[in-house]
Design a protein around this ligand. Structure first.
Ligand SMILES: Nc1ncnc2c1ncn2[C@@H]1O[C@H](COP(=O)(O)OP(=O)(O)OP(=O)(O)O)[C@@H](O)[C@H]1O
Ligand SMILES: [Mg+2]
Length: 259
């Protein structure tokens, strides 16, 4: 039996005036608890698609539905970490992270405090809890946004190159942790990256996009090849290496592909 559709892109096209960004149409059905990674050339429309899921942009044609409901505006059921990450400069690092839980009436203050400590620790910002964002590095500001979004506990996470400004070790730690959170807390995630290794390590499914206007060129079922558990051993394996080489070929083809 096919799993029930959860997040559905139904006949999506997007134009900004004369500029075709997504065309002719984009269709994709994401299952609940699926980890989907978007890979594709710069300027192909990946962020635009993410912004439409976030409710920050409206499709020119078609509809995006979450659990059967058309998406019309931002909502706390969808947490976003964007390329140009943002934090409130007048709040401390800890207050910025806690802000994600502000409206969670289902969490007790004790639970919020525990989660705050956990996510600050996870992204390595415990020692900077009382600092202000403009006093920490760009990579740290990015980690504030990641911690805030994870702490908020949304069912759907939209992550647009969230690990771009992180050093290699921190990035690997967060990849492992994000995959763990997704499995354990049953998150549905759409994640954009230009890093093929990161894509293969995280994804259940990779969507390779064409150059603008965005079309789906390839769909790679990573879950079928690698299974649900992603470990460092897997990352060093022959199996992993073969798969990332295959995906890399698709990405190269996409970069040279004329629509
Ligand atoms: N609000 C807007 N008005 C006009 N053009 C826009 C707008 N937003 C995006 N674009 C254009 O749409 C195209 C796709 O942009 P988008 O940011 O979605 O690409 P991307 O795939 O995320 O690229 P990258 O990998 O570099 O992040 C670009 O040419 C961009 O200039
Ligand atoms: Mg982008």
């Amino acid at each position: 039996m096919a799993p029930a559709p959860y997040l559905v892109f139904d006949g999506i096209a997007k134009y900004f005036g004369d500029l075709e960004v997504v065309a002719p149409t984009f269709d994709l059905t994401v299952r609940r608890n699926e980890f989907v990674v978007f890979l594709g050339p710069s300027g192909s429309g990946k962020t635009t698609l993410m912004r439409m899921v976030g409710g920050l942009e409206t499709p020119s044609t078609g509809e995006i539905r979450l659990d059967g409901q058309p998406i019309r505006e931002p909502d706390r059921d969808r947490g976003m970490v964007f390329q140009s990450y943002s934090s409130f400069p007048w709040l401390t690092v800890a207050e910025n992270v806690a802000y994600g839980m502000k409206y969670r009436l289902d969490m007790t203050p004790e639970r919020k405090a525990t989660r705050l400590a956990h996510y600050l620790q996870l992204v390595g910002l415990s020692d900077f809890a009382d600092a202000y964002p403009n006093k920490v590095s760009g990579g740290m500001r990015q980690r504030i946004a990641i911690a805030r979004t994870l702490a908020a506990g949304s069912d759907v996470l939209l992550m647009d190159e969230p690990f771009g400004a992180l050093d290699a070790q921190r990035r690997e730690d967060l990849q492992i942790e994000l995959r763990r959170i997704q499995q354990q807390d049953a998150k549905t995630i759409i994640f954009v990256t230009h890093d093929v290794d990161e894509a293969v390590f995280l994804a259940d499914r990779i969507i390779v996009f064409s150059k603008r206007p965005a079309r789906m060129l390839e769909e790679v079922d990573i879950a079928a090849a690698l299974g649900p558990d992603r470990t460092l051993e897997l990352r060093d394996s022959e199996r992993f290496f073969r798969l990332r080489t295959e995906v890399l070929k698709f990405v190269r083809a996409a970069a040279g592909h004329d629509n």
